[in-house]
Design a binder for this molecule. Sequence first.
Ligand SMILES: *Cc1c(COP(=O)(O)O)cnc(C)c1O
Length: 402
Amino acid sequence: MNKDTLAISCPQDEETHLATLSVHAGRMVDEATGSVALPIHMSTNFERGQDEGYPKGFFYSTFGNPNRAWLEEAMVKLEGGSAAIATSSGMAAIACVLSVLAPGDRVLAPKDLFQGSARLLNDQFRQWGVQADFFDPRHPGELESHIRERTRMIWLDTPSNPLLRISDIASVSKVAKAHRCWLAVDSTLATFALQQPLRLGADVVIHAATKFIAGHSDVVNGLAVFREQSQLFKSAESFRANLGAVPSPMDCWLVHRGLTTLWIRIQRQSQTALRIAEWLETRDEVDKVFYPGLQTHESHKIAREQMDGGFGGILAFILKDGSRSATRLVNATKLFTKASSLGGTESLIEHRSTSPIQILGNGTGQQIPPGLIRLSLGLEDADDLTRDLERAFEALGQSQTA
Ligand SMILES: *Cc1c(COP(=O)(O)O)cnc(C)c1O
């Protein structure tokens, strides 16, 4: 289990597909017992050798443990990177990536940045002298005009949560290079199964593994994968240790298991999302549907170019008569669970603007449209989910005429 020999015997050549790698990367049959499932090593500390060294490459779990190393090894392979960090949450991964910025530096982020990232920039990084500027990802031509002298990083969320906006990673990466900025992409809604930001020029890709990657609504975890073993990676790795924002071995094991089924889960979730999005567009009660797989989505063409295998399991929509009906609709579904978060096997529905986190505000002044309903599609039958929504719409109509 020496760290150097962690490169597991995954039968791999140039033609090996990522779906195959996701089953095998970072895995091997356990030498000590022959167990096929990875063992979980809960130990916080590791024995030193005669020479005072650490013969197996681990000394204290904050700095590394076998389950975390296997998961990181798998992620490096799957994203085509050079180094990875697994963290205690998606937010911890984001904070670790931002830690490379020094006082006076600026980060350029989309206006509909994930609310947690926006709060982190506003509540902590601003007081440390790091300023955030915001651009509209729907107008990529304007990106360059927002770059200032000290802009050191461009941040993208694509598809974004919960407005499902799409940023063109390859073209933004050209701008980032021209201005010597790091390009960071939060790819939580797509995952490596549908989108590969490092191969499109990003310097780091971030995941809330809590969502689709772990995939069962039972673990909070984050991942960041770096194109090079750069200063960006070194800063993130050091901040994780200094902050102690490390995931438990058990959580790493759960996330690693999630990798093996991600492909079939997210492809199925994407098919269901597309079907329901198309169906919602036909409903009289619905004003607008947000889903990058729809022909009517403002950035469908870019989404089709940079995503492969589906457009993800998340969609949002707005009802014609806004917030009041939204509350009634989310209370009328039976199969959809009314809850926050996303990416699990069970379908979820949420009236976003009433979530505690939205009410908190994010410091950017950006507001989620009041009637916005977000769906996270799970693994139920798409017909059953559609019928559940249909019944909820009918109940809405009845209570309106009553
Ligand atoms: C949930 C989420 C995060 C934060 O992840 P946590 O594990 O909850 O800290 C970051 N980015 C996006 C897009 C998310 O959906």
